[in-house]
Design a protein around this ligand. Structure first.
Ligand SMILES: *Cc1c(COP(=O)(O)O)cnc(C)c1O
Length: 398
């Protein structure tokens, strides 16, 4: 049966949102509608469609896509959400609607690399200027960078390689006062562990590819909007570009979303356990996990977030060089080396913020490893890491 009440407790919302079994033969999950052409019964209905409502053409949305959008909007507290083909499409589609030639955008220096590339190439070419700011600059620091033409303030808390957690409350308030739209990349925390609209953000973007899909088998982007006006701006931009979320991928994302609560609790517990274990290792310098005091912005995380996911980084003691790191990474048994994260499996990659950071340059030669702690048994993960450190030490001392 279709639930009639409105629920607020996250696990229940995850289970009931975006489902309508009463209208689907009692089948639990929304069906996958494959569609390009969608027929209208009358000429009047064909010519007088209500913008952004119903289903008129496959590219602009299907009931499968709408089910996913409704579910994410319910869990994040958005007016409406928009599903698009990838996380990066969510980032670019969300930003572009709020800017025009001559405008200025402020972007946190720890933002996702391809988002920076979009600003530095495409937006720059269209006459939009971008300034990067120190993620730890706070509200007062941000206020000094605001210009009359600053139309977007772009946050990512924490950034997905160096994990500084911005003071979102303070920064959003400053941005709003200056008339800018606040967009946050909320991929790390997911709609469960950070509530962007309770902290002054206007738009939240997700690489649904990560924890929402949760199984490393589909690409997905989500744009969640605080108000009807913001939704119309973002949806218009996405429609203009022809952005589209494919029905099978929407189905996979919706199926992943149902178990995101239990998965995240496991990622969080194991992630913190491994983070604390790494702190005891002599090879490790700092553990950049928002839940630990070493991480810049840990206090902001404590005050503004509801939990931690399974992605964090650690730096290695000074003097450890690339060949030693390669000896560790090349021999890992469980930890895979690959882009993306948020699936059930553990990953570890070298990260190179020195190649893109501008406002706060990364210390030269400082080795950074990013881990995603998956759902495997935590003791097996520790063994894999301990054996990796043995290889690292052997190569370092050779
Ligand atoms: C992966 C990622 C994206 C982009 O998502 P895709 O689905 O890979 O396009 C955006 N932001 C963050 C923080 C990410 O980790």
């Amino acid at each position: 049966m279709t639930s009639k009440k409105t629920y607020t407790r996250p696990d229940t919302v995850l289970a009931v949102a975006g489902r309508d079994p009463d209208n689907n033969f009692g089948i639990v999950n929304p069906p996958v509608y494959h569609a390009s052409t969608i027929l209208s019964p009358t000429m009047d209905k064909f010519e007088n469609r209500i913008p952004f409502e119903g289903f008129g053409y496959g590219r602009n949305g299907t009931p499968t896509q709408k089910a996913l959008e409704d579910a994410v909007a319910a869990i994040e507290g958005a007016h409406r959400s928009i599903a698009v083909q990838s996380g990066l499409a969510a980032v670019t589609g969300a930003i572009v609607g709020f800017l025009k030639t001559g405008d200025h955008m402020l972007v946190t220096d720890n933002a996702y690399g391809p988002a920076r590339r979009f600003a530095n190439t495409t937006l720059k070419g269209f006459g939009v200027e971008t300034t990067y700011f120190d993620p730890m600059i706070g509200g007062e620091g941000l206020a000094k960078l605001m210009r009359p033409n600053t139309k977007v303030v772009y946050l990512e808390a924490p950034g997905s390689q160096t994990f500084e957690v911005q003071d979102v409350d303070a920064m959003a308030a400053v941005a709003k006062k200056g008339g800018a739209t606040v967009i946050i990349d909320n991929t790390w925390a997911t709609p469960l562990y950070f509530k962007p609209f309770e902290h002054g953000c206007d738009i939240s973007v997700h690489a649904g590819t990560k924890y929402i899909v949760g199984h490393s088998d589909a690409m997905m982007g989500i744009i969640s909007c605080a108000t009807r006006a913001m939704f119309e701006t973002a949806k218009t931009a996405c429609q203009s570009f022809g952005f589209h979320a494919a029905p099978d991928d929407c189905y996979l994302a919706l199926r992943g979303l149902r178990t995101m609560g239990v998965r995240l609790r496991h990622h969080e517990k194991s992630g913190l356990e491994i983070a604390n274990w790494l702190k005891t290792r002599p090879e490790v310098d700092k553990v950049l996990h928002p839940g630990l005091p070493d991480c810049p912005g840990h206090e902001n995380w404590k005050r503004q977030f509801k939990g931690a996911s399974g992605l964090f980084s650690f730096t290695l003691r000074d003097g450890i060089k690339r060949p030693a790191v390669a000896a560790m990474l090349d021999g890992m048994d469980i930890f895979g080396m690959g882009a993306s994260w948020g699936g059930y499996e553990s990953l570890m990659i070298p990260a190179h913020p020195d190649q893109y950071r501008t406002a706060v340059p990364w210390p030269e030669g400082k080795q950074l490893l990013r881990v995603h702690i998956g759902l495997e048994d935590v003791e097996d993960l520790k063994t894999d890491l301990a054996e990796g450190f043995e290889r690292l030490n052997r190569a370092h001392n050779a």
